[in-house]
Design a protein around this ligand. Structure first.
Ligand SMILES: [Zn+2]
Ligand SMILES: [Zn+2]
Length: 330
């Protein structure tokens, strides 16, 4: 079968690879759409030691489960967990010590015609639901989980909270849409890429550049969701939170500095990382998407698998305005 293989620093090629092995509890998925994630881009630049080449990347995926000639539209939770450890038992599967995500060894990703995944990770979709939109479920679920963490860390529902979301890529936009679906319009969304800012504005959000944010906020905010995760965004978050405010950090931009630990201590800021989603988050996200609670979901462009390398190159040069590019291997 055809797959887009990451072969080393900034090198990707469509190759013929072996078809996946399908275990007894696995489903075989024929890929319809698979999103290019910031983490795929990170790997493409050779910056992710967890993703050594040669490797098939891609984990934001919708398609059809193929079973004895029957074809069912599905979306896939790409995070595979053990199901019996302490974290899994508590419904915090995302913290399973044995977690694996497709696109990271030993599990190949979904930039391919077919892949396999445990059946328990598969969510069936209504036949009327668009499979391009369905591939947005994974990044939106990251935003949904972060929004749920705002509630957990602060001890309050999002309703009534002044929330700033930093970043309007698919995860940040997903977080903003999740806040809205859970009853609270974000106060501001921050995005420096003009195309993405436009998408967020079209989705109805008050979206502006980082440099103009502090003048737009007169006193501290209750929560910040940082979907970028670099030093300047953490500095910004540290500055604008009110005493006792909540910072949820999802972005994997760079690894250290930016959080004012002294202010965090003196003002008792609540800081939590946010990694992927639980199966409950994923299901809630998919249900909200199907019910139309997450907006029009039209903020992606599509390309064939053969155009994968060009798409990565455009993303690397910052030439892509839409929050998501989906590749279509079949
Ligand atoms: Zn992703
Ligand atoms: Zn586990």
């Amino acid at each position: 079968m055809k797959a887009l293989v990451y072969e080393g620093n900034q090198s990707l090629a469509v190759r013929d690879v072996e078809e996946p092995t399908v275990g007894e509890s696995d489903a075989l998925i024929q890929v319809h759409s698979v999103g290019i994630c910031g983490s795929d881009l990170h790997a493409y630049h050779g910056h992710d030691e967890r993703r050594p080449p040669p490797l098939v990347l891609g984990h934001e995926v919708s398609g059809h489960r193929i079973d004895h000639g029957k074809s069912t539209p599905v979306v896939v939770n790409p995070l595979v967990t053990c199901g019996h450890c302490f974290a899994c038992q508590r419904g915090e599967e995302n913290l399973c010590p044995d977690r694996q995500i497709i696109s990271m060894p030993p599990r190949p990703g979904a930039f391919s015609e077919l892949f396999s995944i445990p059946e328990k990770n598969v969510i069936e979709l209504p036949t009327t639901f668009d499979l391009g939109q369905a591939a947005l479920a994974e990044p939106i679920a990251c935003g949904w989980h972060a929004t749920r963490l705002v509630e957990r860390m602060s001890g309050h529902s999002v309703v009534g909270q002044r929330i700033v979301v930093i970043g309007a890529g698919a995860v940040g936009l997903g977080a903003a849409l999740s806040c809205r679906a859970l009853g609270m319009e974000p106060l501001k969304v921050v995005e420096n890429n003009s195309g993405r800012r436009q998408t967020a504005i079209e989705a109805g959000f008050d979206c502006l550049e980082a440099s103009t944010l502090s003048t737009a906020i007169d006193h501290g905010v209750d929560a910040v969701i940082d979907a970028v995760g670099i030093r300047p965004t953490r500095e910004l978050a540290s500055q604008i939170l009110r005493p006792g405010g909540t910072l949820i950090h999802i972005g994997l931009g760079d690894a250290d500095s930016g959080i004012d630990i002294r202010r965090m201590t003196l003002q008792e800021l609540r800081v939590s990382g946010s990694y992927t989603y639980t199966m409950k988050d994923f299901r809630e996200t998919v249900t909200a998407m199907i019910d139309g609670q997450l907006g029009s979901l039209d903020w992606f462009e599509e390309a064939p698998l053969d155009a994968g390398l060009q798409c990565f190159e455009r993303l690397a040069k910052g030439q892509v305005g839409v929050p998501k590019i989906l590749l279509k291997p079949n």
